[in-house]
Design a protein around this ligand. Structure first.
Ligand SMILES: NC(=O)c1ccc[n+]([C@@H]2O[C@H](COP(=O)([O-])OP(=O)(O)OC[C@H]3O[C@@H](n4cnc5c(N)ncnc54)[C@H](O)[C@@H]3O)[C@@H](O)[C@H]2O)c1
Length: 248
């Protein structure tokens, strides 16, 4: 039970990496507020946690909404008494692989991936600092460490998440640790449409030296480590979980 006594908020908990992370943190003893824009999906994750004997609550919120971020922190603390852990997994990718997306599409991706990460962190930081041993883990990406060819908005947003992580780690030490993970291509609903394109799939696979794409549970395992007290001496890092993608 590596998260016994911890209380976590996981954004984007209704799907993919966020869902796997919420389930794993709960299996390790954390009580978890499952947050998602899609409330039904958050409810399904919370129900799965409770069915497995854990404790969870589902909260609907848009992380780009400052007041919604304040509300989820208030609700989580009211329900579980404190807050020790935040995982920022809510994120979007561009709808089309457009080399020059229109401003509205650029803004949507930056708003959710970057500003949403900042707003949820900003809302949670006082409670995390008050609890002692608090930790934030952000979802960056291999496309935050390399340019990649997916999208300018996505790469810019994830590169900024890496540096936001470093800045907040310095600013909030020693009260709160702040780290990020940089996953390679993980098989989730976000990547399913990309992976349906045989040419894209083949090209992406060649860039993963382990010879396969990742599973959400493999990213959740890294987030569990960074969220737990085993990582008490680790802050400000960008940890690739990428099958060797960024080793090249
Ligand atoms: N899947 C990958 O290959 C991969 C690789 C690197 C990084 N990431 C990052 O990991 C995170 C999770 O990705 P995933 O693959 O699990 O995606 P996903 O699409 O399966 O899940 C994302 C979840 O975030 C929620 N969400 C979207 N916008 C939101 C908002 N404004 N407020 C609250 N919730 C919102 C969605 O409803 C969804 O449930 C994202 O930040 C993504 O950029 C994913």
């Amino acid at each position: 039970m590596r998260m016994r006594g911890k209380v976590a908020i996981v954004t984007g908990a209704g799907s993919g990496i966020g869902r796997a992370t919420a389930l794993r943190l709960a299996a390790e003893g954390a009580r978890v507020a499952c947050v998602d824009l899609a409330l039904d999906a958050a409810r399904a994750t919370a129900a799965a946690i409770e069915a497995a004997g854990g404790e969870a609550v589902a909260l609907g919120a848009d992380v780009t909404d400052e007041r919604a971020c304040a509300r989820i922190v208030g609700d989580a603390v009211a329900r579980f008494g404190r807050l020790t852990t935040l995982v920022n997994s809510a994120g979007v990718r561009p709808e089309r692989r457009d080399p020059a997306p229109p401003p509205r599409e650029w803004q949507r991706v930056v708003d959710v991936n970057l500003t949403g990460t900042y707003l949820a962190s900003r809302a949670a930081l006082p409670a995390l600092a008050a609890a002692g041993g608090g930790a934030i883990t952000n979802l960056a990406s291999i496309y935050g460490l390399t340019g990649g060819s997916l999208s300018p908005a996505y790469a810019a947003s994830k590169g900024a998440v890496v540096n936001l992580t470093r800045q907040m780690a310095l600013q909030w030490a020693p009260a709160v640790r702040v780290n990020c993970v940089c996953p390679g291509v993980i098989e989730t609903p976000m990547t399913a449409p990309l992976l349906e394109d045989p040419a894209w799939r083949e090209a992406a696979l060649r860039k993963h030296p382990v010879g396969r794409f990742g599973r959400p549970e493999e990213v959740a395992a890294a987030i569990l480590y960074l969220s737990s007290d085993e990582a008490a001496f680790v802050t400000g890092v960008a940890l690739p979980v990428d099958g060797g993608y960024t080793a090249a």
